[in-house]
Design a binder for this molecule. Structure first.
Ligand code: TMP
Length: 214
């Protein structure tokens, strides 16, 4: 398999979705075949799972049910979108992947003693497959939440189930992501997502070029 799998991770309001689409444009301008996906919701079936997960009351599922839904969505995304595109030598950009589950369900929710269940489910869903590069868009928690609420006001966004939780959740999430990045520096590229859209895109491209030319 000679395509490349690149994921974008980050907390609420980190701007990763916008940055992913700008990075896709950059890669296309360099002549690469690029496809984008997202988790949850990269496929039609995945969109139905996404609706179940992100809309409505934040306590409507217990933690295990919620996590199983994320892995079900991941399995569909992987088998229907990601792996077929990599076989065609495309660059696949995913808005979130497994690090989101570790960051949100393990570090953030604080309801699991360790990552054993996630690791087992991941192995069943994806085996030894992992992203080639993961951009972590790191942002101050309050700045991120402010951005996220502003966007929700203007877009009549119903997807607030995960934002409707306390600040300490988001602090644990941010620190968890930074720990994941520290433990896998060969895969992660940490980006300061607090700047303007243009500044963040420039940092992503600069660090990407440094990484692939290293
Ligand atoms: P998004 O709005 O960034 O696309 O993500 C939807 C929400 O789902 C977001 O609050 C993060 C959450 N999420 C998890 O909690 N676990 C996961 O494994 C994934 C992929 C997303």
């Amino acid at each position: 398999m000679s395509g490349k799998f690149i994921t974008f991770e980050g907390g609420e309001g980190s701007g990763k979705s916008l940055q992913l689409s700008r990075f896709a444009e950059y890669l296309k301008s360099k002549g690469h075949a690029v496809i984008t996906t997202r988790e949850p919701g990269g496929t039609e079936t995945g969109k139905e799972i996404r609706r179940l997960l992100v809309e409505g009351d934040k306590d409507k599922f217990d933690e295990l049910t919620e996590m199983l839904l994320f892995y079900a969505d991941r399995r569909i995304d992987l088998t229907k979108v990601i792996l077929p595109a990599l076989k065609e030598n495309k660059i696949v950009l995913s808005d979130r992947f497994n690090d989101s589950t570790i960051a949100y369900q393990y570090y953030g929710s604080n309801k699991f003693a360790d990552t054993k269940i996630m690791d087992t489910l991941y192995q069943m869903v994806a085996g030894d497959f992992k992203p080639d590069i993961t951009f972590l868009l790191d942002i101050d928690v309050r700045q991120g939440l402010e951005r996220s609420f502003k966007k929700a006001e203007t877009m009549a966004n119903k997807e607030l189930r995960f934002e409707n939780v306390d600040i300490s959740f988001h602090e644990r999430l941010r620190n968890g992501y930074l720990e994941l990045a520290q433990n896998a520096p060969e895969r992660f590229i940490v980006i300061n997502a607090g700047g303007t859209i243009e500044e963040v895109t420039a940092e992503i491209i600069r660090k990407y070029e440094e990484r692939i030319n290293a």
